[in-house]
Design a protein around this ligand. Structure first.
Ligand SMILES: Cc1cc2nc3c(=O)[nH]c(=O)nc-3n(C[C@H](O)[C@H](O)[C@H](O)COP(=O)(O)OP(=O)(O)OC[C@H]3O[C@@H](n4cnc5c(N)ncnc54)[C@H](O)[C@@H]3O)c2cc1C
Length: 475
């Protein structure tokens, strides 16, 4: 528990307007999109890197835990302050410093929202590809800390591929710059790479240099419907092995489609069925050619209907539908346990078959959607967290999904990270030695385990299987 004297010291140091100590304010910073909650003792909203340095040093002096936080849209509990202490809410460090066409780099503070950078890049005729479906809210610091992916990852890669340099504060309170922000040094260790996907456990990111590329001049969005989910999954494999490179291949199952329709979120140009949303981009001729080839492959794969966008507003309508899936599903039941597994594309249809069996075996509605083009599926277990028996069934089903994913050569998290919810299962994927090595890295950088404790560090839940799943990703 933090003393009043400590809060007064914080207020004097960074300004009382940047400190939230009332319970009603702190409550807003105790959870993320999983719904897992722990009230922090105090929230600090820095506006300058020096504030972060100061707070980290003070916390270290007092032995207090710090949890960095962006927008709290994380789906793995990473921003939940499980050991209480200080939440460092980075949302007010939201300045875009530059977007340079000449350098192909944008320099931004960590609290800038992804979509705000995307718009700024477009205004400069440039393109920032990583586009998590949370792009209207999630911050670039949070995106880097989770190595966020998104629909366009298939062609353009994930957040890590766009990090050209970082400024961050170490758990000791030192301000470090690396990559292009370190003014050209070629260092042997890729510090920006280590910070990417570190889930706020190795450093607090304050500024980021992100690669921006020329904007694709033309887009075409296509929808294909299939009678069975396995056919849609097979079509993904046919598409990606046919020497065509769409920028997006998203799978949307029938129950997601129904959820979006019943939420009244969107007017959809295509009827019932399992959907593949495909987008191609590039020069006009290339777009025409790729779209034609995509249509031919989808027909061969047995699609029962198809539709092609003919204007930017039609394209935007389809993307609104895609972004509306998660909120629409949340209306179907009080609790949505959300997993984001990823398998080699060739195994997608076996994975969807396994999910259908889990749904029958455990008598649960399990809607599926996601970035199938890179093997990534969001699997949602619709339950009510107040019904213990339902939650037990969901835990067993989640465990079955994770085991099936690993059996098929996949990984437990395609993009949402490990955080609290996957920590109990990490050993299944990494093995004991792999896990120990990760703990050694954490121990070397943060020996007192003050930065985001209780997550992937040695004190995180590990190896508990379904026992640990009680903290799973509910929203
Ligand atoms: C509707 C919805 C759709 C989503 N779609 C996608 C998707 O398509 N792809 C995808 O990858 N994810 C998706 N997500 C998950 C989430 O949006 C991403 O993980 C995102 O990167 C989190 O950003 P945030 O700013 O909200 O971070 P938070 O949730 O606040 O924090 C996430 C983690 O990052 C750490 N962190 C935050 N800021 C910093 C910082 N400055 N320095 C160090 N550590 C920091 C936190 O400690 C925590 O561990 C979705 C979430 C929702 C709710």
């Amino acid at each position: 528990m933090i003393s009043r004297a400590f809060v007064r010291e914080l207020k004097r140091a960074v300004g009382s307007d940047l400190i939230l100590d009332k319970v009603e304010d702190r409550t807003c910073y105790g959870f993320d999109a999983t719904g897992i909650f722990q009230l922090p003792d105090v929230v600090v909203c820095p506006t300058r890197p020096e504030h972060v340095v100061y707070v980290v040093r003070l916390a270290r002096r007092e032995g207090l835990p710090i949890t960095p936080r962006g927008a709290g849209t994380g789906y793995s509990g990473g921003a939940v302050p499980v050991r209480r202490g200080i939440v460092l809410a980075m949302e007010r460090m939201n300045r875009i410093e530059s977007v340079s066409r000449a350098d192909g780099v944008a320099v931004v503070e960590a609290g800038v929202v992804n979509g705000v950078l995307q718009q700024a890049a477009l205004r400069a005729g440039l393109f920032y590809p990583p586009d998590p479906a949370s792009c209207e809210f999630s911050t670039l610091g949070g995106n880097i800390a989770e190595c966020a992916g998104g629909p366009r990852a298939l062609k353009y890669g994930v957040t890590r591929d766009y990090v050209a340099g970082l400024e961050f504060v170490t758990p000791e309170g030192a301000l470090v710059r690396c990559g292009v922000l370190a003014e050209g040094s070629l260092a042997p260790y890729d510090l920006a790479g280590i910070l990417s996907a570190s889930e706020g456990t190795l450093g607090v990111i304050t500024r980021c240099a992100l690669r921006v590329i020329p904007e694709p001049p033309h887009y075409r969005t296509l929808l294909f419907s299939f009678s069975r989910l396995s056919e849609a999954a097979e079509a993904v494999v046919l598409l990606t092995s046919a020497n065509v490179v769409p920028s997006v291949v998203e799978l949307v199952d029938e129950s997601c489609l129904k959820a979006v329709r019943s939420a009244g979120t969107s007017d959809l140009p295509i009827g019932e069925g399992q959907l593949l949303l495909v987008e191609v981009d590039g020069e006009e001729e290339e777009v025409e050619d790729t779209a034609r080839r995509v249509e031919r492959v989808a027909e061969k794969a047995g699609c029962t209907g198809h539709w092609t966008s003919s204007s930017e507003s039609e394209r935007e309508n389809i993307w609104s539908m895609r972004r509306a899936i998660s909120p629409a599903l949340a209306k179907l039941s009080p609790t949505k346990v959300n997993e984001d597994v990823c398998v080699p594309r060739s195994q997608l249809s076996r994975l969807v078959g396994r999910i259908e069996s889990l749904s029958r075996e455990h008598d649960l509605l399990i809607p599926v959607f996601g970035h199938a083009g890179d093997g990534n599926l969001h699997v949602n277990f619709m339950v009510d967290r107040n019904k213990a028996e339902q939650m037990t069934r969901a835990e067993r089903a989640v465990e079955g999904l994770l085991r099936a994913t690993l059996d098929l050569g996949g990984t437990l998290s395609g993009e949402h990270g490990i955080g609290l919810s996957k920590a109990p299962f990490l050993e299944w994927e990494m093995g004991r030695s792999g896990l120990r090595l990760m703990h050694d890295v954490k121990g070397a950088v943060d020996p007192e385990n003050l930065l985001n404790p209780g997550k992937v560090g040695p004190d995180g839940a590990t190896g508990g299987g379904s026992e640990g799943a009680r903290t799973s990703k509910c929203s």
